[in-house]
Each structure stands twice: as structure tokens, then as C-alpha cells.
Design a binder for this molecule. Sequence first.
Ligand code: PLP
Length: 344
Amino acid sequence: MNLDWNNLGFDVRKTNAVMVTRFVDGAWTPMEADASFTMSLNPYALVMHYAVACFEGLKAFRQKDGRVVMFRPDENAARLRRSAAYLGLPEPPVELFIQMCEECVRRNLDFLPPYGHGASMYIRPILMSVHPQIGLSPHPEVVFAVMGTPVGTYHGSTLKAFSAVIPGNYDRAAPKGSGSYKLAGNYAPTFRPYNIAHAQGYGEMLFLNSGTREFIDEFGSSNFFAIKDGTYITPLSDSVLPSITNKSLQVVATDLGLKVEKRHIPLAELADCQEVGACGTAVVLTPISRIDVKPVLEEAEVTASYRFCEDGAVGPMCTKLYRHLTGIQFGEVEDIHGWCYPVC
Ligand SMILES: Cc1ncc(COP(=O)(O)O)c(C=O)c1O
């Protein structure tokens, strides 16, 4: 495939096939490859108006020695099952999830970026209720589809820092809501503040716990971590998505000799942190240069501003963690924890 592997960005590309299975009469139909990238849905399908859908995001890599691997697909399978259970949808078995992702990568191999460009294939599994109804009673008629598209990193191909804003007048998740599940419905309400924050030059939004607004929760599309006096700290919260990248970085941090603490992080503690980063499959590890606190996102007032690094001067621990994690994914660093699942 003749693509500009160094400048892929994070866009959707039509590839050879989408893998599809349906839950019919209590069982999953044999998976099929669909080349049309078109699905016909009844306009009353539950997903269309009530967002009865959950999804995942994971990556496949072509490694230094030519092998193709997926990063920790068993973890994504478990998380999708947890989201499905929350929505009352049938939970795809772990083996089916992995088979669908594996087959998606195999059928789209010519879209998998070659080694050496820092690029990978983003795999997007989605589970949705397509049953036509207007009542809120559960009646699952479900499609499980897996797509894959070649991507660079979310924020560009090099490790560069982004500024973030805490929007005082927006929450990502309700205190006893669905924030810790990867539900389609969690994301729609973040588009409006994202558009405003981006127009103001911020790369990310950081949300506080919505109940008391005392502690840091997570970024809109990724988890939060900070480096404070040789310790990797990350929020303990019921409304944060349990990030597989964060889980992996906590292990990498320990391997690199850092202490790891998962606990409540008061906003004011930002003043004592040397480095801050956003982590997730899409953002990988994106250092944060500055965090502004704005009581009202739409207005100019900034009540506090925390600085961590200048753009282009990324902190040493963020750099080490990034190199180690991506080193494992690209087969440059020994995968001592067995995170890379071989595809071919
Ligand atoms: C809200 C949110 N938090 C965190 C993450 C990071 O999770 P993971 O590392 O499993 O991709 C994501 C992206 O998947 C996300 O959408």
C-alpha cells in the first residue's frame, strides 16, 4: 500500500474489510468479512437514538523483526465484556473478540504500517444494539464489528507536549454514572467543550471528579498520570476509564525504578508535580506542558495555571516511559510481561 507512513495522522481510511458477527437466537453467527464498509440499519435501531453501544480501541504493530502483534487484546476483550454487561448486551467471549481483531489485522495487512515510522494500526471493535424499538426495555439484537485503520499517533508523530484546560462548567462523568465503562454515550457530550477548548488552543481537557470537584479524574480521551519526586501517581476514581495503557505504564514505571501510587490526587497537588502526562491507546503518552483552570470554559478568566515543561522540552521520565512502552510494542525492548499477542 502506497501511503505516507510518516504523516498518517489519526484519520479513518477504508481498508479491505470489516469483520462482522451478529448475536442471533442466543449465539454469535460465524464472523464474516465485509468489504463494503456500509451497514444498513433500521432507523429505529436502539443505537441510533439511545446510543446503546460500547466500543474498544487497541493497536497492532509491525515489529522490528517483521512480526505482527496486537497489544494486550485480552484486556480490551475483558473491558468490552464489562461495558456490554453494563448495557445489558450479550458479552462477546474473549476468544471471539481476539479472533475478530486478529482476522481484521490479517485481512488488512497491507494497511499495517511498516516498522520504523512510529505508526500502527488502530483497531476499533464496536458492539451495538440494532433492535428497532422506541421503548427502553432491553431487547438485544446485536452487531459486533471490528475495523482497523492505519494511524500515526493521535497528536502527531513526535513526542511533543500539549496544554490542557480544566473546564469548570463541564463534567465528563456523573458521580455514580457510567464513566468507567467505554460507552458510546459517554463521548457525545464532550464534543462541544472539546471544540471550544481546541479553538482556544488547548490540546486536551482535564476533568475533576464531578461530585465534589476536589480531585483529578482524567482527560477527555485518556488517563492522567504525574511524576512527583520519583513516584508515578495516577487517580483512584470510580468514574475514570480503566486505561490499559495506564495499567501497562504503572508496570513499566515500577520496572524503571519508580514508586507507583494510585490514589486521590487533589487539584492543588499539581503545583508539586514535576511532570504530567496523558496516556491511552490513541494518545500513547502525551506530555502535558501546562494546565489552566477556567471556571467557565467559554470565558477568558483563568484562576490557576500549572506549568510542567516548555513545548519541545519534554520531561525525562515521560521520555523514558514513552520509549520503554513503545519499545515493547515495536519489539525493540524485551516483552518480559508477555503483552504482545502474535498475529503473524
Ligand atoms: C476516556 C478515556 N480514558 C482513557 C482512555 C485510555 O484507555 P486505553 O489506554 O485502554 O486506550 C481512553 C481511550 O481509550 C478514553 O477514551
